[in-house]
Design a protein around this ligand. Structure first.
Ligand SMILES: NC(=O)c1ccc[n+]([C@@H]2O[C@H](COP(=O)([O-])OP(=O)(O)OC[C@H]3O[C@@H](n4cnc5c(N)ncnc54)[C@H](O)[C@@H]3O)[C@@H](O)[C@H]2O)c1
Length: 331
């Protein structure tokens, strides 16, 4: 991590969705860096909110159980914040296929509510938004850079792209400094592990730990770009401190392609348990599958100076160790 450890000391940071996977890892890191952290989270059912996630810092953060769609509350919460990490979202792929309104309500209207609160009550706050590689849809060529057309396949990804554009508008028109990150598949500690509706790597980890058979869809050759959570948190922190990053869109990924088959083999090797087999795509997965994806991370490397530092093997080992130690809190 290339910034002074003093950068966040005494700074006020608001994390929407802060009890979830990415938000809680971010909260813990910010507390370690001396920040004053406020978490807001509405405990959306089936999502990643878990109080155990913030156990290491529970006495050092303020938690408010609230919804980003509540405009009055957002207006109050953004006041006095130096940094706002907007991570709250509907992220369940299956919900997105069956009911269009949570994506629209939470990801689009909710984001507009967050930004409207910033505009009126704290235009000097600096914002990070975490969008997704899904915004690109099927890649016309690889690796995918930020200039690639966006042709998302799912409403979830359309809602993230729309949220990104809303935030960009607030940056350009209302001067609320914002940086837009498009995250690849992130894995690591503190994710929801109860169902496979999102978070494929973490789901594989659960099956390996339980000595079960990991289902690798299709011929297992589809490529992805799997990033360890600590590297992702570094990208958020470094971006929000970088003046040249505001108004920019960045891929956050490893840039290194890995097939699902290789992922399963590496994981089983690291865990020392589990096995894998080929399986046909479920109808839901077939409908959503965009094909191969891996990112070009040259832009964030050049502008922000960020690059991942954790190997897949090390990241998987740390992930397996965390869930083995805390299985009762996640299964
Ligand atoms: N984890 C990944 O691999 C990944 C990849 C791409 C993008 N992202 C994005 O990162 C963000 C965080 O994802 P995550 O993996 O931590 O998911 P998560 O499910 O672990 O966390 C999301 C959190 O948002 C909260 N939330 C949902 N709706 C809310 C609302 N209306 N008001 C307040 N809180 C609300 C949930 O309760 C949950 O705690 C999401 O926007 C997601 O789209 C994540």
């Amino acid at each position: 991590m290339r910034f002074t450890t003093q950068a966040f000391k005494g700074r006020n940071c608001l994390i929407t969705g802060g009890l979830g996977f990415l938000g809680s890892n971010l909260a813990i890191r910010l507390v370690e860096l001396g920040a004053r952290v406020t978490i807001m989270d509405c405990m959306l059912p089936g999502h990643g909110a878990n109080l155990f996630n913030i156990a290491p810092v529970q006495d050092q953060v303020t938690v408010t159980y609230s919804d980003i769609r509540d405009g009055n509350l957002m207006s109050y919460l953004v006041q006095g914040q130096d940094y706002l990490f907007h991570l709250a979202g509907q992220v369940d792929h299956i919900i997105s296929l069956t009911d269009p309104y949570p994506d629209i309500e939470i990801n689009i209207r909710g984001t507009a509510t967050v930004m409207e609160a910033c505009r009126h009550h704290n235009p000097n706050v600096r914002v990070v938004y975490t969008g997704t590689r899904g915004e690109y849809g099927t890649a016309p060529h690889l690796p995918v850079d930020e200039e690639m057309p966006t042709t998302p396949r799912m409403l979830l990804d359309i809602s993230n792209l729309t949220a990104e554009k809303i935030i960009l508008m607030y940056h350009q028109v209302h001067h609320v400094r914002s940086v837009l990150l498009r995250l690849t598949n992130i894995y690591g500690a503190r994710a929801q592990m109860r169902h496979p509706r999102y978070g494929v790597v973490n789901w594989f980890v659960r099956q390996a730990i339980d000595d079960e058979t990991i289902k690798v869809f299709g011929d297992g050759a589809i490529l992805r770009d799997f990033l360890y959570v600590n590297d992702c948190i570094d990208a958020m922190l470094m971006s929000v401190l970088c003046d040249a990053a505001f108004g920019e869109i960045f891929n956050v990924a490893t840039g290194e392609p890995c097939s699902f088959r290789l992922l399963a083999e590496a994981l089983i090797g690291v865990a020392g348990s589990g096995r894998w087999e080929f399986a046909p795509f479920t109808p839901e997965r077939a409908a959503q599958e965009p094909g191969d994806f891996y990112a070009d991370i040259g832009k964030i490397r050049q502008v922000v100076g960020w690059q991942p530092t954790t190997t897949l093997r090390d990241g998987l080992a740390q992930t397996v160790a965390y869930y083995r130690a805390h299985k009762a809190q996640y299964w």
